[in-house]
Design a protein around this ligand. Structure first.
Ligand code: AMP
Length: 215
């Protein structure tokens, strides 16, 4: 199974990706997580893109392509969910050609549709587990009670000024891919404002899979 989870920042891509991982044994390939890890480790790539990412901009296509392709190859072209990739037309076209070349086309692009005002509210309460990259929301999706507080951080790009920049970037560079994937017959639009459980149920129903976890 090869899926893309698509949508604006804060649409719930990471949360639903984690549920799909747990339910179906898929590997999450999150370019955002890979980039944040590189920044945390202070690698040359991380140092190069740190400021850009923290201000809410996009990392250059070539840089993020290398991260995505390495992870896809590592997964032997199967059983993965791309979370946060592709985000530009160039990335989408490259991904399609790359997967086609290995006869491993995408099965679906799950588009979590959420309006901007809901996004802003969600991102202000979002916290990330630094060990797993899993996301929580302080009231809507609280972390497990046993998790030590110091494991949870607010991402720098979830601060209000960066959120507005990310939304602008999303509408300019990423949102046009909705039509692109729709024309390819791959787009599955899901109402991302519903509860986490309802969104997950809709995803499972759309893909014809039974939910295998209780949430
Ligand atoms: P995310 O965790 O998916 O919200 O990604 C966090 C940040 O990483 C984004 O705001 C971008 O700066 C960068 N990033 C992640 N994925 C991509 C991508 N596909 N193309 C460009 N930049 C990306």
């Amino acid at each position: 199974m090869r899926l893309v989870l698509f949508g604006p920042p804060g649409a719930g891509k990471g949360t639903q990706a984690a549920r799909l991982r747990d339910a179906l044994g898929l590997r999450i390939i999150s370019t955002g997580y890979l980039i944040r890890s590189a920044i945390r480790q202070g690698s040359p790539l991380g140092m190069r893109v740190k400021e850009l990412v923290q201000c809410g901009g996009l990392v250059p296509d070539e840089t993020v392509r290398d991260l995505a392709s390495e992870a896809i190859v590592h997964q032997r072209f199967s059983n993965f969910i791309l979370d946060g990739y592709p985000r530009t037309m160039q990335q989408a076209q490259w991904l399609e050609a790359f997967l086609e070349a290995y006869k491993a086309p995408l099965m679906a692009v799950l588009y979590l549709d959420v309006p901007d005002d809901v996004i802003v509210e969600r991102l202000s309460g979002r916290r990330m587990d630094t060990q797993t990259g899993d996301s929580y929301h302080i009231s809507l999706n609280p972390p497990p009670g046993h998790m030590p507080e110091e494991r949870l951080i607010q991402r720098k790009d979830d601060r209000p000024e960066a959120v507005l920049a990310r939304l602008e970037t999303y509408h300019r560079d990423t949102r046009p891919l909705v039509d692109y994937f729709d024309h390819k017959g791959l787009l599955v639009t899901i109402d991302g404002t519903a509860s986490l459980d309802a969104v997950f149920e809709e995803i499972c129903a759309a893909m014809g899979v039974e939910e295998r976890i209780s949430v």
